[in-house]
Design a protein around this ligand. Structure first.
Ligand SMILES: CSC[C@H]1O[C@H](OP(=O)(O)O)[C@H](O)[C@@H]1O
Ligand SMILES: Nc1ncnc2[nH]cnc12
Length: 295
């Protein structure tokens, strides 16, 4: 019998989600990483008996903007905390008339337009190229869709999330361009987060919660933070209910990920063992220890 994994669910809370209700045995703990400081302490606890680790993406009180987030430290800290899968909860603007504010989209693709962020754990001294052709774990997507439908939430399965650098919202020309590209929603945070989760061999999925029509829409000529925050508060309650419903499902003991997220590094590292930099290998202990120790 292949060994079963006891999943540990990582929850990354975006704008408006700085805590998780109903977590038992809760404890905020600082986690140290070789990549620097994560956005905040991590909140450890259990939901329906399932181990969960929550991280507020921007820190409690939202001190850190998207471009200044230490995405590597956040993912490394979750991996070090024993997390096996990540559910990301994110506020987004809508690029489609049929995805109004209040709607949830379980996206399956991203277009990464960010340019001022560290995007890989690997580099000189240990080069790796993982596939992100399918950046979202379909097993997590199925579970999220089932839980959302069970709760009667307005949800769409599938869609492309355009990740912009920010922090300003888009110009109208940009917004219209992204619509022509066939994108569904727009936000500022899910890249490089999803790429790094894949490098760290963690299953990853996002629930993109629509707060506004981006500025392409005649009713939303300007996106403003107050407008976004108003919708966010309603979305946050629905997101918390969704988490409560999905965690017991995802927490069941399981075999390897059928999509292979947990084996993403099996054929990714190209640097010859004798050319690898010991200092970088040490930093990669949590993220890539599985394959580096086997080498
Ligand atoms: C407050 S609106 C803009 C802000 O919200 C989204 O962040 P997150 O994905 O963490 O919910 C968006 O990407 C921007 O960072
Ligand atoms: N319109 C928008 N653009 C970028 N990020 C967002 N987050 C929420 N709404 C957004």
């Amino acid at each position: 019998m292949p060994e079963l994994i006891e999943p540990v669910i990582g929850l990354i809370g975006g704008s408006g989600l700085y805590d998780i209700d109903g977590l038992e045995e809760r404890e905020w703990r600082r986690v140290f990483t070789p990549w620097g400081e994560p956005s905040d302490e991590l909140l450890f606890g259990r939901l329906a008996g399932v181990r969960c680790v929550f991280l507020p993406r921007h820190g409690r009180g939202h001190p850190t903007p998207p471009s200044a987030l230490n995405y590597r430290a956040n993912i490394d800290a979750l991996k070090r905390a024993g997390v096996t899968e990540i559910l990301s909860l994110s506020a987004v603007g809508s690029l489609r008339e049929d995805l109004p504010p209040g709607h949830f989209v379980i996206v399956d693709q991203f277009i990464d337009r960010t340019f001022a962020r560290e995007k890989s754990f690997f580099g000189t001294g240990c080069v790796a190229h993982v596939s992100v052709a399918h950046p979202v774990c379909p097993r997590l997507g199925d579970a999220l869709e089932g839980a959302a439908r069970g709760l009667g939430l307005p949800v769409t399965r599938g869609g492309t999330y355009l990740v912009m650098e920010g922090p300003q919202f888009s110009t109208k020309a940009e917004s219209e361009l992204y619509r022509q590209w066939g994108c569904s929603v727009i936000g500022m945070t899910n890249m490089p987060e999803a790429k790094l989760a894949r490098e760290a061999e963690l299953c990853y999925a996002t629930v993109a919660m629509v707060t506004d029509f981006d500025c392409w829409h005649p009713d939303h000529d300007h996106v403003t933070v107050d407008q976004v925050v108003k919708v966010l508060l309603g979305n946050a309650d629905k997101a918390k209910a969704l988490v409560k419903a999905v965690v017991p499902e995802l927490g069941k003991p399981r075999g390897l990920c059928p999509a292979g997220c947990d084996r993403a590094l099996d054929h990714a590292i190209i640097t010859a063992p004798e050319k690898r930099d010991p200092a970088l290998l040490q930093k990669l202990d949590a993220v890539a220890g599985r394959v580096l120790r086997a080498a």
